[in-house]
Design a binder for this molecule. Structure first.
Ligand SMILES: NC(=O)c1ccc[n+]([C@@H]2O[C@H](COP(=O)([O-])OP(=O)(O)OC[C@H]3O[C@@H](n4cnc5c(N)ncnc54)[C@H](O)[C@@H]3O)[C@@H](O)[C@H]2O)c1
Length: 256
């Protein structure tokens, strides 16, 4: 049977996939049949995710990477091609959050957040696209953005600026690389059960927790596994005529 969502034979890289949303995405892509390169700054967490994927029957590889470091990204793509012979799908997911009032954002935290959340996406997208162009096979680049790229959320000036940049990077690259057969899309999560480390304190506050539920029409946070369907869709032939979109996966948050 022709399965539009089947990723058997596809080689995918998921950055920041040692834990959290990236981990769920990497495992889900493995279930869809892909060979998965798991990578993060912490090699131990990447190895644990890669072992889980291998136990599920799909080939996997753990690589240490700092996506904010260009040379490290070059090494990631080279290792992927060395091990699996090609690259079909690049999922940019590695991200950090630093929550600060706008008037207190330091140049250092601004640089850190922009470097990982925007420059890191640029590094991996460009290097992945060069590989896909050299292969002549096309491919799919998928960026994990955020509702913060579209709506104003207090405390997130650097993070939101980076995510808004990711949305625009997605659209420009989609336009430029469409003739090369490379599709570039983003998905934008709302509030998920996996709270990023910078936001942990804030999300302990009962008023923040009830605000999230009140502002989310579906009345609950997303589960990391609920990103698997959207990412498999964007990675696979099921989305063969879709490029340059930002797919909101937010329980209706941005529909209001
Ligand atoms: N959790 C949410 O509710 C939520 C909502 C919207 C968007 N997002 C986005 O989802 C992505 C993942 O977030 P998460 O909640 O899973 O966070 P997390 O902190 O649980 O996991 C982040 C992962 O990225 C890795 N990482 C961080 N910096 C890196 C770097 N420079 N190089 C390589 N790896 C690096 C970490 O090691 C970890 O594996 C981020 O881009 C985030 O902006 C999360």
């Amino acid at each position: 049977m022709n399965n539009l969502f089947d990723l058997t034979g596809k080689v995918v890289v998921v950055t920041g996939s040692g834990r959290g949303l990236g981990q769920a995405i990497a495992v889900g892509l493995g279930h869809a049949g892909a060979s998965v390169v798991v990578c993060s700054r912490t090699i131990a967490e990447a190895e644990a995710t890669a072992a889980e994927i291998a136990a599920g029957g799909s080939p996997s590889l753990a690589v240490q990477v700092d996506t904010g470091d260009r040379a490290s990204c070059e090494r990631l793509i080279a290792i992927t091609v060395d091990r699996f012979g090609k690259l079909d799908v690049m999922v940019n997911n590695a991200g950090i959050d630093i929550i600060e009032p706008a008037e207190d954002v330091s140049p250092d935290s601004w640089d850190q957040v922009l470097n990982v959340n925007l420059t890191g996406y640029f590094n991996c997208s460009q290097l992945a696209a060069r590989q896909m162009i050299a292969q002549g096979s096309g491919g799919s680049i998928i960026n994990n953005s955020s509702i913060a790229g579209r709506v104003g959320i207090a405390g997130l000036s650097a993070y939101a600026a980076a995510k808004g940049g990711v949305d625009q990077l997605t659209k420009v690259q989609a336009v430029e690389w469409a003739p090369r057969g490379i599709r570039v899309n983003a998905f934008a999560p709302g509030y998920f059960e996996n709270v990023m480390s910078g936001a942990t304190e804030e999300h302990r506050r009962p008023d923040k927790r009830s605000q999230v539920l009140a502002f989310t029409p579906m009345g609950r946070r997303g589960l990391p596994e609920e990103l698997v369907g959207p990412v498999v869709f964007l990675a696979s032939d099921a989305s063969s005529y879709v490029t340059g979109v930002v797919l909101y996966v937010d329980g209706g948050y941005t529909a209001q």
